[in-house]
Structures are given as C-alpha cells and as structure tokens.
Design a protein around this ligand. Structure first.
Ligand SMILES: Cc1cc2nc3c(=O)[nH]c(=O)nc-3n(C[C@H](O)[C@H](O)[C@H](O)COP(=O)(O)O)c2cc1C
Length: 135
C-alpha cells in the first residue's frame, strides 16, 4: 500500500522567485528518487500544492521535513489516502509553474490524461485545488 498525501502551503516572501523554486524542486526530486517517492509540485507564484506518494513511513518522514521548511508556511493537509498503485509513477517530482488559473486547470487535466492510472479521488483533490484558486 502507498500513502498519497496532498497539501497546500503559502510561499515565504523570499522564496517566490522562480529560480529558487526550481532549485527547491530539483533538490526535492533528487531526494525523492533516493527515497522512492513520486508526485507533483505545483506553484502558482504564491501557493504550493504538492501531491506526494510512496511508502508510508517515508512519506511521513519527508512531510515532517517539508512542514518544518521555512521557505513556506501555512501548510495544510488536504488529504491522506492509501492506494495499491502510484498515481505519478514516472515522476520523482514534476514541477509546474503558473499563475494563470486557466493554465493551472489545463495542466491539471493534461496531467490527469497523461497519468491514466489516476483515480477518481485524486482527480477530485486536484480539481478542488483549481476550484479553490478560482474562488
Ligand atoms: C514546497 C516545498 C516542497 C518540498 N518538497 C520536498 C520533497 O518532495 N521531498 C523532499 O525530500 N524535500 C522536499 N522539500 C524540502 C524539504 O523541506 C527539506 O528542505 C529537504 O528535504 C532537506 O531537508 P534537511 O535540510 O533537513 O536535510 C520541499 C520544500 C518545500 C518548501
């Protein structure tokens, strides 16, 4: 069983620079490769949304480090679910940048199409993020 965790957070004012976010994401991807984690990180210029999946103890350990990271704050867990299969098998941590809500929505759908394994619950979580941004 894999733990699938979804959270949102707000970037610290000194960490919104796209280059810094790219550096953060590259480091996260490297670390996730070592730890057998996969997922998706979306940054819209203001907030992060990250979907992280893998072996439960590794997801929890990593999430503990993420929550303590000063480059963002107001980390809110949106969902925690267990599943038999990974939803983002091919990505150690894909990064998507955008501050355009239509673009976020389009990318979400692309992601969902590309990862045909994505289940209804995960799709609903991701769609919920898009809708909260619109609101
Ligand atoms: C928005 C955000 C997402 C992150 N995602 C990951 C991640 O997926 N995997 C990871 O190992 N670290 C991630 N990190 C980095 C961790 O917070 C932490 O800096 C890193 O794991 C190194 O921890 P250490 O300095 O305690 O060794 C993320 C940080 C932020 C701010």
């Amino acid at each position: 069983m894999y733990l699938r965790l979804l959270y949102i957070s707000t970037a610290d004012k000194d960490s919104k620079d796209p280059e810094k976010v790219q550096t953060l994401s590259d480091a996260a991807a490297e670390r996730n490769r070592q730890n057998g984690l996969t997922g998706l990180l979306i940054f819209d210029g203001y907030r992060f949304m990250q979907y992280l999946e893998g072996e439960e103890s590794m997801v929890r350990e990593t999430y503990g480090r993420i929550k303590a990271d000063k480059r963002h704050f107001a980390v809110v867990t949106l969902s925690e679910k267990f599943g038999e299969e990974r939803q983002f098998e091919q990505w150690d941590m894909a990064l998507r940048f955008t501050n355009d809500i239509a673009e976020v929505s389009a990318q979400m759908h692309k992601v969902m199409e590309q990862t045909r394994l994505i289940d209804v619950m995960t799709a609903a979580d991701l769609q919920g993020f898009v809708e909260r941004r619109v609101a």
